[in-house]
Design a binder for this molecule. Structure first.
Ligand code: NAD
Length: 148
């Protein structure tokens, strides 16, 4: 989440607290938990949210899709709902090249069809579709980055 002094909300399910820059405000919390999110939006004048948090192991997503739809889709919905409540309308989303599946072209461009082949890729594509709907309905400004 961004305001002039950057604030960061993470549950540390992966990653390390010591890697967070000292200039950032760090809050250990879960995006799926409104009780963790709302105090941050209350306290800081957040202008935009950069959303990196996810589970992102393709193999694990095949074995345990519930974890992926719960954490990547449902928790992101809670974040988006909280943003709307606090009138934060700018969102940058970490999606994935896994949304493309296995394209039959060598050079993948942004307008290649999406056809994810695993729950991880599908969970990210679902959020992309939700973002498009939120842009139409609520005026959300968003950018999607499909990292390779
Ligand atoms: N690393 C890559 O090559 C790659 C490629 C494509 C897309 N991405 C995407 O980029 C983003 C970051 O990837 P990464 O490799 O840095 O992953 P990572 O696992 O290192 O970092 C994800 C962070 O999100 C946190 N997190 C997960 N669920 C959370 C929740 N519900 N609430 C709060 N915090 C939560 C974890 O604790 C972790 O610190 C992810 O969204 C991932 O899908 C990464």
């Amino acid at each position: 989440m961004l305001h002039r002094k950057r604030s960061l909300c993470c549950n540390l399910s992966t990653g390390h607290r010591y890697l967070v820059d000292d200039r950032a405000v760090f809050v250990q919390g879960d995006l799926g938990n409104k009780a963790d999110l709302e105090p941050i939006f209350e306290k800081y004048p957040i202008q935009a949210v950069i959303h990196f948090a996810a589970n992102s192991l393709v193999g694990e997503s095949v074995v345990n899709p519930l974890k992926y739809y719960q954490n990547n889709v449902a928790a992101t919905l809670t974040l988006l709902e909280t943003m709307l409540k606090y009138n934060v309308k700018n969102f940058i989303f970490s999606s994935t090249a896994a949304t493309y599946g296995i394209p039959n072209v060598e050079l993948i461009t942004e307008d290649c069809p999406t056809n994810p082949i695993n729950p991880y890729g599908r969970s990210k594509l679902m959020i992309e579709q939700i973002l498009a709907d939120f842009a139409s309905a609520y005026g959300l400004n968003y950018v999607v980055l499909r990292y390779f």
